[in-house]
Design a protein around this ligand. Structure first.
Ligand code: IPM
Ligand code: MG
Length: 362
């Protein structure tokens, strides 16, 4: 089993190191190879996604990714910015299906800014389409002009588009995921204003006819944003486009107590996957050993389950995380009165210790 490890920038290197530590303790036959990506790759090779990194990712069974980006790259031409590395990986590997589960651990009910009764028992699965939409339309603006033709542009635009096959395949993913859960899908769109999302709604509705056992409802994205904080437990599987999924998954993460808790899996049609925390590189706290590594550790568990066919190892990691939270160990972002504040590395160590305990117990 080959894992490409791409830590990236900012807290990426710190949190990925903890996930690697956790993977190593499982004593499975992994081959892990690390490469530079994002700003770190730009510094070393002049490009955020060098061919060597892309080829390593292509050849791997799974990719463990940290985060990319730093404000210091804000003035670079867009194709050279760190974010292009993750977008390039998603596009080149065809990772169209992004799973972002938002699960509220009972121990963290108090860490959310919402009332406990609203989020206790929360378990939402956001399925975000990841290789289409306005993210991969045609951008035009000042910064993209490397040839000097737009020196004082008066406008900028990005085109929003979806093709029928792109919507169909993500709809199938959502309905099949719902069949394994509570058999409800909410499709989020902006069909009242955008042609692209009227089309989205129509195609999702057509696909739903193949899944008579799953109930489908539609919601406008502004309403969905509101309902997520008003009555989050009304949702089960949420399927939406790339842009709305980006925004709603950040919102949903806070229902779970911290964005530092939210893992994600991005799969292609061969079940090859990239696994990354849903959060970013957080340059403001980078290098301080305070970031929460749990989203990345939980992403590693998703990797074992979805791409490496090791569901028991995945369970072991997830149980260890629950045990650690139950023991009151917390990084700063989820800390509350009466719990023990630990560093990034100490959190990783605590998960490793919890796994070792279950291994010795048999
Ligand atoms: C995410 C991030 C990325 C996105 C950025 C870093 C390009 O916000 O994975 O949610 O917008 O998709
Ligand atoms: Mg995002």
């Amino acid at each position: 089993m080959k894992i490409a490890v791409l830590p990236g920038d900012g807290i990426g290197t710190e949190i990925v190191a903890e996930a690697v530590k956790v993977l190593n303790v499982l004593e499975l036959p992994f081959e892990m190879e690390t490469a530079l990506v994002g700003g770190a790759a730009y510094e070393a090779h002049g490009h955020p996604l060098p061919d060597s990194t892309l080829n390593l990712a292509r050849a791997a069974d799974a990719i463990l990714f940290g985060a990319v980006g730093d404000w210091k790259y804000d003035t670079l031409d867009r194709p050279l910015r760190p974010e292009q590395a993750i977008l390039g990986l998603r596009k080149n590997l065809g990772l169209f299906a992004n799973f972002r589960p938002a699960i509220c651990y009972e121990e963290l009910v108090g860490a959310s800014s919402l009332k406990p009764e609203l989020i206790s028992g929360l378990d939402i699965l956001i399925i975000r389409e990841l290789t289409g939409d306005i993210y991969f339309g045609q951008p035009r603006g000042r910064r993209i002009a490397t040839d000097g033709h737009f020196p004082g542009a008066e406008e900028a635009f990005d085109t929003m588009r979806y093709s029928r096959p792109e919507i169909e395949r993500i709809a199938h993913v959502a309905f099949q995921a719902a069949q394994k859960r509570s058999k409800r899908v909410t499709s989020v769109d902006k069909a009242n204003v955008l042609e692209t999302f009227q089309f989205w709604k129509d195609v999702v509705t057509e696909v739903s006819k193949q899944y008579p056992d799953v109930a489908l409802d539609h919601m406008y994205v502004d309403n969905a944003a509101m309902q997520l904080v008003k009555e989050p437990k009304r949702f089960d599987v949420v399927v939406t486009g790339n842009m709305f999924g980006d925004i709603l998954s950040d919102e949903a993460s806070m229902l779970t107590g911290s964005i530092g808790m939210l893992p994600s899996a991005s799969l292609n049609s061969q079940n090859q996957g990239l696994y990354e925390p849903s959060h970013g590189s957080a340059p403001d706290i980078a290098g301080k050993n305070i970031a929460n590594p749990l989203a990345t550790i939980l992403s590693a568990a998703m990797m074992l389950r979805f791409s490496l066919n090791q569901p028991q190892a995945a369970d072991r990691i997830e149980s260890a995380v629950k045990a650690v939270l139950a023991s009151g160990v917390r990084t700063t972002d989820i800390w509350s009165q009466g719990t023990t504040k630990v560093s990034t590395r100490e959190m990783g160590d605590a998960v490793v210790a919890a796994i070792t305990k279950t291994i010795t117990k048999g």
